[in-house]
Ligand binder design. Structure first.
Ligand code: ASP
Length: 318
């Protein structure tokens, strides 16, 4: 049977941007757009997950991602179960594989997992019969964040992002968001720049299809969009920057640094923000330049799109 959106999406899981073809990505973005435009609260026609169970398994803290998967699952009619690790047997020493075997016996249709270890969702995907969605694994990937970022950019710049110059700034080394965004933005034809201190940009980053800069003035020149990243202190062993104050001085986005980009440039941040460290409040809260709230809205819509596509692929509807 053909899918309800007219494209043969055949992926069982959502683990990494690299697993998707460009048509897969265009399809997920179109589904995200569809759910953005729909009055999802009221429409009875979008309950494509009715009778399915979605388990949110978060081994790391999350506000936006966990809640948006919960809302997305519920809006599509799924039973949603939130397992927080603080209440699970992991705290009593259970291994990830034993947790997987236990979960599998409960037959979840979709498992959304966040873990501090890179590759944990891929490992679970091998052990579970349902679909696994990577909601962030260590420093590796955060594919649904990249998709929501692309959806947000398309809402602002239009469908064709080819040639849009976008700078990703700050702690690239420890950022799974950067790794997923770089791949996706390259697929969509954007010109991607990385800006940050040498200590926070991997030595081989120039092989990722990006241009690397170490100062905001040259890096932001001519940029259409500026994506700020948080210092991932929880993934750092030792000090990577002299002090937060000095970091803000050189790399924190304020009015004077934003002026290096195009006058029409917009600002993004995946959250959580550290105000006064990587971004000033007047930029973050300025609706004329900030797309940060739009990113959160896009997050629910794109996750509805992803769950929809995975669910139909599971049922052999593609
Ligand atoms: N929320 C994003 C993540 O989970 C970004 C961050 O934590 O800084 O990777």
């Amino acid at each position: 049977m053909a899918s309800s959106y007219g494209y043969p999406f055949e992926q069982q899981h959502c683990l990494s941007i690299s697993q998707f073809s460009r048509p897969d990505i265009e399809t997920l973005l179109s589904l995200g757009e569809h759910y953005l435009n729909l009055d999802v609260q009221k429409s009875p026609d979008n309950a494509v997950l009715t009778g399915k169970t979605l388990v949110n398994l978060f081994f790391e803290n999350s506000t936006r991602t966990q809640k948006s998967f919960e809302i997305a699952g519920r809006r599509l009619g799924a039973d949603v179960i939130n397992m927080s690790v603080a209440q699970s047997s992991v705290k009593k020493g259970e291994t990830l594989l034993d947790t997987a075997a236990t979960l599998n016996a409960m037959n979840p249709d979709i498992l959304v997992v966040r873990h501090s270890a890179s590759g944990a969702p891929a490992l679970l995907a091998q052990k579970l019969s349902g679909s696994v969605v990577n909601a962030g694994d260590g420093m590796h990937e955060h594919p649904t964040q990249a998709l929501l970022d692309a959806l947000t950019l398309r809402r602002h710049f239009g469908k064709d992002l080819g040639g849009i110059r976008i700078a990703i700034c700050g702690d690239i080394t420890h950022s799974r968001v950067a790794r997923s965004d770089i791949q996706l933005l390259n697929i969509l034809g954007c010109e991607v720049r990385l800006i940050g201190p040498p200590t926070l940009i991997p030595a081989d980053a120039d092989r990722w299809g990006v241009e690397v800069f170490h100062d905001m003035e040259t890096g932001l020149d001519g940029c259409d969009a500026v994506m700020m990243l948080r210092l991932q202190l929880e993934r750092m062993s030792g000090a990577f920057v002299p002090s937060k104050r000095e970091y803000f001085h050189f790399y924190g986005l304020d009015r004077s640094k934003l002026a290096f980009a195009k006058p029409s440039a917009v600002v993004m941040h995946p959250g959580p923000m550290n105000r006064g460290v990587e971004i000033s409040s007047d930029i973050a809260d300025d609706p004329e330049v900030s797309l940060i709230t739009a990113q959160v809205e896009s997050g629910v819509a794109i996750r509805m799109g992803i769950l929809h596509a995975l669910s139909e692929a599971q049922d052999g509807i593609s």
